[in-house]
Ligand binder design. Structure first.
Ligand code: CO8
Length: 373
């Protein structure tokens, strides 16, 4: 098989960040206002009081300390509690493409390439800003890339699925230089009024360039030794937003067309699924987890990642073996594992092996085993 590599990565980080304390102050002001407004009904037992959130809980339960967002003011505004994003005309670039473009340009430059060298653009992420035309095709045009582009949605695992698709395209000759962009505006799909999950997500965009080893010119390349994908249906992470919403009767509430999950169940079911996926994938490549220098895991929950790596290594891992970015970024869905890779791929010498693994709704999971060359 033709050897294929990741020749460059890029990252776009929004300029605005919200700390847990800022987020909790806004949420608790909303709770107080709600409980005061409903005081009589609460006293009569016909309305349940809302409970306060806390920064201590958020850090303990998730490891998250802050998150980047496109619009901090809208999220923290107690009367709004969602980003305020002005509508753009059809002649203006869409937000997702603007974010993706910044990450894409970095990845292309890191690989020593030019935009016109790219001949396949995949927009691989959880939530597309619109149904069509495909976000990837708009990005392809904005970039000045050639070839073709299309969108892929496999929730938080989208980047791994996109990388496998890019590898297949380069291997079979349908592309020479494939770009996988994961632009996530999670702040638009999060219910900031839901105490169970109001702290979970942030916004960011990543890009990964995939080429054949033979034709790549990058000075920092990771040969992809193998990719493996797995899916298993579950409604434990679900978003019912879709094009039938306007036709449905009765109409769904906003709560039902935003992100929701059974976090505990997800934790329990996804940890073993991911550990088994990585272990069996490595075994089929004649590798053991102990031979892996670094695991760039999906960034949803710190304990979840610690469990997965402990299962693989039979001991606790340190942060150089399993980098953490969720403390600063929160869960950025498909961008998370690529941010970890982008920010923490230094210190590798030729021959060193690393595993990128993304997982999430579906359930879906994908591992990418790579070796520095
Ligand atoms: N503040 C204080 N207390 C709280 C809060 C809060 N904010 N929230 C809950 N509590 C309380 C609960 O009421 C409960 O109290 P009690 O014990 O008295 O009933 C207690 O804390 C424990 O609650 P939980 O059991 O819910 O808490 P956990 O310890 O399980 O932690 C987590 C919750 C952090 C959600 C955890 O379960 C988790 O991270 N699980 C894994 C989730 C995961 O990986 N999900 C993947 C989602 S990503 C994906 O694929 C989606 C893609 C789509 C992206 C779209 C963008 C929006």
């Amino acid at each position: 098989m033709k050897p294929v590599c990741i020749s460059g990565t890029g990252l776009f980080t929004p300029s605005q960040s919200i700390s847990n304390d800022e987020l909790v102050a806004s949420y608790n002001a909303y709770v107080e206002a709600h409980n005061a407004r409903e005081a009589e009904a609460i006293a009569a037992g016909t309305v349940q009081p809302l409970a306060a959130s806390s920064s201590e809980f958020i850090v303990k339960a998730s490891g998250i300390k802050a998150r980047y967002v496109l619009d901090k003011a809208g999220v923290l505004d107690v009367d709004r509690m969602r980003p305020s994003l002005p509508v753009r005309s059809n002649d203006e670039p869409s937000l997702m493409v603007e974010m993706g473009l910044a990450a894409a340009r970095q990845a292309i430059e890191a690989a020593g390439r030019k935009p016109e060298d790219v001949d396949c653009v995949l927009m691989a992420c959880s939530n597309m800003q619109r149904a069509y035309p495909a976000m990837a095709v708009e990005l392809q045009a904005a970039l000045g890339a050639k070839g073709y582009g299309y969108d892929m949605n496999v929730a938080c695992a989208s980047a791994a699925f996109g990388i496998q698709t890019a590898v297949d395209a380069v291997r079979n000759g349908s592309a020479k230089c494939a770009l996988v962009v994961s632009a996530e505006i999670c702040s638009g799909h999060l219910n900031w009024r839901n105490r169970d999950c109001h702290f979970i997500f942030g916004d960011a965009a990543t890009a990964v360039l995939v080429e054949s080893v033979e034709s790549s010119v990058s000075t920092k390349r990771f040969e992809i030794l193998g990719t493996r994908l797995q899916t298993q249906f579950s409604s434990n992470i679900r978003n019912n937003f879709g094009f039938l919403n306007s036709a449905e009767s009765p109409q769904r509430s906003w709560d039902d067309v935003l992100f929701r999950q059974e976090g505990r169940k997800v934790f329990k079911e996804v940890v073993p699924m991911v550990a088994t996926l990585i272990e069996s994938h490595l075994a089929d490549l004649q590798l053991t987890p102990q031979q892996v220098k670094r695991f760039w895991l999906h960034q949803a929950n710190l304990s979840m990642n610690e469990f997965i790596v402990r299962k693989l290594l039979d001991r606790d891992a340190d942060r150089s073996e399993a980098p953490v970015i969720l403390d600063e970024y929160a869960n950025t869905s498909s961008a998370g594992s690529v941010i970890a890779f982008h920010k923490h791929s230094q210190g590798f010498v030729p021959g060193d092996v690393g595993v990128l693994c993304a997982f999430g709704a579906g359930y879906s999971a994908g591992s990418v085993v790579m070796r520095r060359i």
